[in-house]
Design a protein around this ligand. Structure first.
Ligand code: ASC
Length: 151
């Protein structure tokens, strides 16, 4: 029994310390995961964009709820950028992500920080504050896309 416990503990410990890559069964699963997270993030960012651009009425509570979802989603894509999963199609992940991982990670953090400010702005009941923070998040998205997505 003691032996079984030890083996169980060892396996659990191993699973917890596995690199992110090993959490996906196939490389395509990592690609699907990151694209799905980005898709949901973009959808909720777009709902705020509609308010900012006057295509939807400004609704402070809805903006805040969407910003919270964007913030949660903004943390998810990055474990999906597993080595060996660069793409070739337009808009896919560029190989440069893995030759400049620190630059990529810095861009991810810039985006997450801008999104945290979007959450704060969304709670001020000010469309102007929302507009400013929305623009900064958009810039962060674009900055990383310009550098790390295949043209
Ligand atoms: C979006 C979206 C992006 C960014 C980017 C900002 O809504 O899907 O990829 O904003 O277009 O420039």
């Amino acid at each position: 029994m003691k032996r079984l416990l030890l083996v169980t503990a060892a396996v659990a410990g191993l699973a917890a310390s596995l690199p992110a890559a090993a959490q996906f069964q196939k490389p395509e699963d990592a690609v699907k995961y990151r694209q799905s997270a980005m898709y949901v993030m973009a959808n909720h960012f777009g709902r705020i964009g509609a308010m900012v651009n006057g295509r939807a009425p400004y609704d402070a509570a809805a903006a805040a709820a969407n910003a919270e979802i964007v913030a949660t989603m903004s943390k998810l894509p990055f474990i999906g950028f597993v080595e060996g999963t660069a793409g070739t199609q337009k808009g896919s992940a560029a190989a440069k992500i893995w030759t400049n991982r620190s630059g990529f990670d810095a861009d991810a953090k810039t985006m997450q920080d801008a999104v945290a400010k979007l959450v704060a702005a969304s709670k001020t009941n000010s469309l102007d504050n929302l507009k400013g923070a929305f623009g900064d998040v958009g810039k962060a998205c674009k900055g990383c896309h310009d550098e790390f997505r295949n043209p």
